[in-house]
Design a protein around this ligand. Structure first.
Ligand SMILES: [Zn+2]
Length: 179
């Protein structure tokens, strides 16, 4: 393992590189039980755990008790998802640099949001699911977005709807179909 847990400047405990990691190298493989869950309202979103890792439609991976639980979000991340569960370096990472992921790139729960204070120039301040990221962000990280979440972005981007209410209705219909 090329990573270790340590005190983070971003939030609580974070993961750090034990040595220099080259772009493209595998940093961590996410493990845990699959959780099937329907999030169709603000109330339901609150009952979901904060440390779930987005996997596919209505499905997350529960990562409590494993290293993935400690990956902090950054609006300028240095790892991304390859396939569905493999985290790879999206640029060279220096020894002792914190490992960070952009949580929006594999989260589709439109009822979720989180404050961010990562300090990056491009910090979005309020982090939401992939339906709300910009086209520029999507293009930049496309290689590191799991296929399901790419489809969600393409079909349910907020820009495709009159307003958030319309998006919510269409999105919940989709979630409930074949649940
Ligand atoms: Zn940020």
């Amino acid at each position: 393992m090329e990573i270790y847990k340590g005190e983070s400047k971003l939030h609580g405990v974070g993961l750090f590189a034990l040595k220099n990691i080259k772009k493209g190298k595998i940093v961590l493989v996410v493990k845990g039980e699959r959780i099937k869950f329907l999030i169709d309202s603000d109330d339901q979103a609150k009952t979901a755990e904060l440390n779930w890792f987005g996997f596919s439609k209505n499905t997350w991976i529960g990562v409590s008790n494993n290293l993935c639980d400690f990956i902090n979000h950054s609006c300028n991340p240095n790892v991304g998802v390859k396939g569905q569960v493999t985290l790879v370096a999206i640029r060279d990472i220096k020894k002792d640099e914190e490992i960070t992921l952009d949580y929006s790139l594999n989260e589709a729960d439109i009822f979720w949001n989180m404050k961010c204070n990562c300090g990056e120039k491009n910090c979005r301040k309020i982090i939401k699911s992939i339906q709300f990221i910009s086209k520029e962000k999507y293009k930049k990280y496309k290689k590191y977005i799991p296929q399901y979440f790419k489809n969600v972005f393409l079909n349910f981007n907020i820009l495709n709807f009159k307003n958030i209410e319309e998006l919510k209705i269409k999105w919940v219909d989709f979630l409930k179909s074949n649940f």
